[in-house]
Every structure is written in structure tokens, then in C-alpha cells.
Ligand binder design. Structure first.
Ligand SMILES: C[S@@+](CC[C@H](N)C(=O)[O-])C[C@H]1O[C@@H](n2cnc3c(N)ncnc32)[C@H](O)[C@@H]1O
Ligand code: SF4
Length: 344
């Protein structure tokens, strides 16, 4: 059965005010069933029920972190599992969504990479994470204003589905998110960066997970052949900036003794010269079985200081949700060491 959420809002099956009513039930109210859509005629509801699937997920578990992050674990229609993370701090209600089950990029420091690749998520399975999390938190889906494609998977390797999902997220009749509050993070797929630059009307923000300024180190931690060389990534990033004029975030996960040497900070500053960027240093989040550990606080500070002294715009990202296995790169953990909030 077709998933209703896979449709672009302009392609919804009803017309005129009935279409808007349906869209409002789905994205405004977060209705879980067609039956709940009481202002639609009963026959219409029945027809929708027979033609479309509304909710692609079964919620298996929510795990709440001491800092307020909540990890949602879902089972999909085909029995596969994936996760989304809700971060409701202050007035910035943010969701981190997955674009794949697992990931083919296999970054050595990422728990999702260690799972291997399951499959791409459909546009509706990506957008549906916002609706499911909003339902779980008892808020309206449109109250979630910030979204990052930073959960499981590499969005640029599931490009078309991710782009349709982004268009649904931004569409005023659907979730109506602001393009400035949606960020796509990529491990470095130059072709995808160029394609995104060409989707000028979309205007979402770009983050690149660089993690190393030298090819040898980067290959060691990101071994897959699907990812481009630093030179190719930087050339695509510069083209992206020329076309869009937008600042790019560079993510740099700090791995002890691997990419945290000061000569690498020096090289990174050089690499970024002329690019309007912001570097986010991310202490590595631990997971069982990982061969890596985070750089020490002192080393992160020294790396930060050097970048700052070279005029690089830099910050250290304090990870949220670590104790729930919900922080960056921890998704895939089935039984993290935190109390479970139970399943719906
Ligand atoms: C999980 S990835 C998903 C998005 C995309 N695939 C990417 O790599 O940018 C989101 C961010 O988490 C970072 N990350 C992965 N594993 C991590 C870990 N164990 N600790 C801290 N950050 C990690 C990635 O490098 C990336 O910047
Ligand atoms: S860091 Fe991103 S690209 Fe690398 S394995 Fe994890 S999800 Fe995939």
C-alpha cells in the first residue's frame, strides 16, 4: 500500500479545501488515523484508508537522557529498525532524523557505520519521523522547528528521497519549516554537494563532516570508496559557496591521537582559507566496540586555540544525549545504559 507521506503536498489525492484539510490533519494535527479526520466525509476517509498507509512506524522504545534528549527507536513496515533523536532544549525544539537504515560509508568511529547498510528510507519515512516524535511528545508537528539530517545514514547517498523529504518539510501546507533551520550533513559526496547547490530554491544549510585535513588520516577513518578526496570535497564546497553564498559548517570529530595533532589544526586552517565556514569540533561519543576514543579536553582546547589564532570561526559542540546512546554517531545501540521510557 502506498505511503501517503511519500507524496509531495501538491500531489495529495484530494483537491481544493479538502486537500488542505487532509494536509492539516496530517502535518498540523499529526492525526494517527484517517478515522480521526472528522471533518472529511466518511466515504473519503474510507477510500483513503483503503488506498494509503498513514503511519509507517511502530514505536519500539523511547530512551530519555538526563539532559532532555529523547531517542526514539522505530520498526518499519519491513521489520527493519531505525532511530530519530528529539532535542527539546529551551525554545529550540530540534529533531535529528535518519535517512537510511544503517550506512554504507562505514566511518570507523561511527556506530551506524559499524552496522553496515540496510536500506534507504523513503521520503515519507524521513518526514514521518517528525510526526511520530511529535506524537510521542504530545506536541503539534509544526512545533518542531529545527531539523538536522544527522541521524543514521548518509543523505547524499539517498539524494532524491532526502530532497523530496526536504521539500515536504519546507512546504507551507505541510510542516512549513524555515530553510534556515534545516541542515543536511554529508560525509563528503562532491556530486551531492554540487547537486544541492543547483537546487537553489531549496536553500537548506550544508554541513560537511571533514574530520581530517590530510588524505592519509581521512582514508584511515573513512575507508569507503564512495566518499571523495579532500581536494574534490573542497572544490565542491567552494563551488557550492560561489553559487549559494551560504556559509558551510565543517564538522570535525575529535579522535585521540588520530586527527587532533596541532599540525592538523594548522593544515585545516590553511585548507579553509577563503571559504566562509564555521568549524564544529565534536568530542567523539563512545560506543561499545569502538577502536577510537575522544581527544582529551586539553587537546581539544589546544586544537581550538590554534584554529582561533589562525582566524578560523570555531566552536566545540557539546554532545547531547550521550547517556541515552542518542548522541552523534551512537545510533545503532540497542540497549544503552539509561532508563527506558517504554513503548507506545
Ligand atoms: C551520524 S552522522 C550522519 C550524517 C552524515 N552521514 C555525516 O557523516 O555527516 C552525523 C555527524 O555525527 C558525527 N559522528 C559520527 N560518529 C560519531 C561519534 N562516535 N562521536 C561524535 N560524532 C560522531 C559524524 O561525523 C557527523 O558529523
Ligand atoms: S558518520 Fe555519517 S557517513 Fe559515516 S558511517 Fe556514520 S552516518 Fe554514515
Amino acid at each position: 500500500m502506498e505511503l501517503l507521506l511519500d507524496l509531495h503536498p501538491d500531489a495529495y489525492p484530494l483537491e481544493g479545501f479538502r486537500r488542505r484539510q487532509l494536509l492539516d490533519w496530517v502535518y498540523g494535527q499529526g492525526a494517527g488515523t484517517f478515522d480521526a479526520m472528522t471533518n472529511l466525509p466518511a466515504a473519503t476517509r474510507q477510500e483513503l484508508e483503503h488506498t494509503y498507509l498513514l503511519n509507517p512506524f511502530r514505536l519500539i522504545e523511547t530512551v530519555r537522557s538526563a539532559d532532555g534528549s529523547v531517542k526514539y527507536l522505530f520498526t518499519l513496515q519491513d521489520g527493519r529498525q531505525m532511530e530519530a533523536v528529539y532535542m527539546p532544549y529551551l525554545d529550540r525544539k530540534t529533531i535529528c532524523v535518519s535517512t537510511m537504515v544503517g550506512c554504507p560509508a562505514r566511518c570507523a568511529f561511527c556506530a551506524t557505520g559499524a552496522m553496515g547498510f540496510g536500506r534507504n528510507l523513503t521520503p515519507g519515512e524521513i518526514v514521518g519521523q517528525v510526526l511520530a516524535v511529535a506524537g510521542g511528545e504530545d506536541i503539534a508537528p509544526r512545533e518542531i522547528r529545527n531539523l538536522v539530517f544527522m541521524g543514521m545514514g548518509e543523505a547524499m547517498l539517498n539524494y532524491d528521497n532526502t530532497m523530496l523529504a526536504a521539500r515536504i518539510l519546507l512546504h507551507p501546507d505541510a510542516l512549513g519549516m524555515s530553510k534556515r533551520r534545516v541542515t543536511l550533513s554529508t560525509v563528503g559526496i562532491a556530486k551531492g554537494i554540487r547537486r544541492l547547490a543547483a537546487e537553489d530554491d531549496l536553500g537548506i544549510k550544508l554541513a560537511i563532516s571533514l574530520h581530517a585535513p590530510d588524505e592519509e588520516t581521512r582514508k584511515r577513518i573513512i575507508p569507503t570508496g564512495q566518499v571523495n578526496s579532500i581536494e574534490e570535497i573542497m572544490s565542491a564546497a567552494r563551488e557550492y559557496q560561489d553559487v549559494t553564498g551560504r556559509r558551510i559548517t565543517m564538522e570535525y570529530t575529535m579522535l585521540r591521537g588520530i586527527n587532533d595533532h596541532l599540525w592538523q589544526a594548522e593544515l585545516l586552517a590553511e585548507l579553509l582559507r577563503g571559504l566562509v565556514s564555521h568549524v564544529n569540533l565534536i568530542p567523539m561519543n563512545p560506543w561499545p566496540g569502538s577502536d577510537f576514543e575522544s581527544s582529551t579536553e586539553e587537546q581539544i582546547q589546544a586544537f581550538y586555540d590554534l584554529l582561533e589564532a589562525r582566524g578560523v570561526d570555531v566552536s566545540v559542540r557539546r554532545s547531547r544525549g550521550r547517556d541515552a546512546g542518542a548522541a552523534c554517531g551512537q545510533l545503532a545501540l540497542k540497549r544503552p545504559n539509561a532508563h527506558s521510557g517504554g513503548a507506545a
